[in-house]
Design a protein around this ligand. Structure first.
Ligand code: PHE
Length: 365
């Protein structure tokens, strides 16, 4: 049989196909299951061995050249389509840019970036958890069982419904549940900070129903209060960018730490503003509480599935909004959440002013 004519005709029809749909139609016509060339291939089975030797290579050659032609035509049609699209989709690069850059980085975002930078230098990763929590993570696992009086102090926003496991759902009242989630997810050793939003039903000049905390957690072997004090001192010196930060640790109580310490820093009043630095006992100075902290309670370590005889650690928590106010001198917390562009253009930061330890975490390089 003369396959040359069949081939010629197929190739010229392929070359003439002017869109991908027509081309696909041809592929089915020649090479599809019921296709003409596929049909020829099927006839090989019925031939004698000699005839097959003669016909086989010809039919296979035919199929080969047709499928090559199909692929080449497909390529050509696709790149023509791309060219056409590129020609049609023009962008007008002559549009004027805004006169001045608009928008700024909110002081809270800025401070969270500063914290991440400072703690990254000490080997801490940033962890997150959900703002909609269940009461096991927010309270029970943190050694606050249902009847614990500390629960009442949190002014919790509860949801009307329980979750699938029958747990009460709430807006997290602190970032401490991230301690539990991080230990369960990552095991030990662990070094994380967890910045984020928290919620309490409380509102005045120094309290907003939503505010920000940053949690810190270190779990390892042989961790003691000295590690906690060094870490907090190093953090506060880097954050306030002063070497004369003096800490005072006071015994306190949190259900999830034992022992618990509240951390004060010395400050003085300058031009009606609190300026952190120096001992709170020095003349003209006083102490101000900035952090809650302590050694992680054994019961919390056990609740998160770790062996408290093997692993110890410390945790701390503090308000990001307050840290921002202290460093950058705002006096009303509520302005943080007003979205007033005048306030933002005054207190906001340039998007290009990325905090680095080398360039200064809070001041333009
Ligand atoms: N979660 C505590 C609070 O919201 C702060 C804290 C965190 C205290 C970690 C000790 C350890 O007040």
């Amino acid at each position: 049989m003369d396959y040359a004519a069949t081939g010629q005709e197929a190739l010229s029809r392929i070359a003439g196909a002017c869109d991908l749909e027509t081309l696909e139609g041809l592929r089915v016509e020649f090479l599809g299951k019921q296709g003409s060339i596929s049909g020829l291939l099927k006839t090989l089975g019925k031939l004698s061995p000699e005839e097959r030797k003669e016909e086989g290579p010809k039919i296979h050659g035919l199929r080969e050249s047709v499928s090559e032609a199909l692929a080449a035509r497909k390529d050509a049609l696709e790149s023509a389509a791309l060219e056409a699209r590129l020609a049609a989709e023009t962008i007008d690069l002559s549009l004027p840019a805004p006169e001045a850059p608009r928008g700024s980085v909110h002081p809270i975002s800025q401070v969270m970036d500063e914290l991440a930078e400072i703690f990254a230098d000490m080997g801490f990763a940033v962890a997150t958890g959900p703002e909609i929590e269940d009461d096991w993570h927010n309270f029970t696992a943190l050694n606050m069982p249902e009847t614990h009086p500390a629960r009442a102090m949190h002014d919790t926003f509860y949801f009307p419904d329980k979750d699938d496991e029958g747990r009460d759902m709430l807006l997290r009242t602190h970032t401490s549940p991230v301690q539990i989630r991080a230990m369960i997810a990552k095991g030990a050793p662990i070094r994380i900070i967890a910045p984020g939003r928290v919620y309490r039903s409380d509102s005045d000049a120094t309290h907003t129903p939503m505010f920000h905390q940053v949690e810190g957690l270190v779990i390892d072997k042989g961790i003691h209060l000295g590690h906690l004090k060094w870490t907090l001192e190093t953090f506060l010196k880097a954050y306030f960018e002063r070497d004369d930060i003096v800490l005072r640790l006071r015994p306190s109580y949190f259900p999830f730490t034992e022992p618990s310490v509240e951390v004060d820093v010395g400050y003085s009043q300058e031009n009606g503003r609190r300026v952190v630095g120096g001992s709170g006992d020095a003349p003209g100075h006083a102490w101000m509480e900035v952090l809650g902290s302590g050694m992680v309670n054994r019961r919390v370590i056990a609740a998160a599935g770790l062996d408290p005889d093997e692993w110890q650690g410390f945790a701390f928590g503090t308000g990001v909004d307050r840290l921002a106010m202290l460093k950058y001198g705002m006096d009303d917390l509520r302005a943080f959440f007003d979205g007033d562009v005048r306030w933002l253009s005054h207190y906001g930061f340039s998007a290009l002013d990325v905090p680095t330890l080398a360039g200064g975490v809070g001041t333009p390089a």
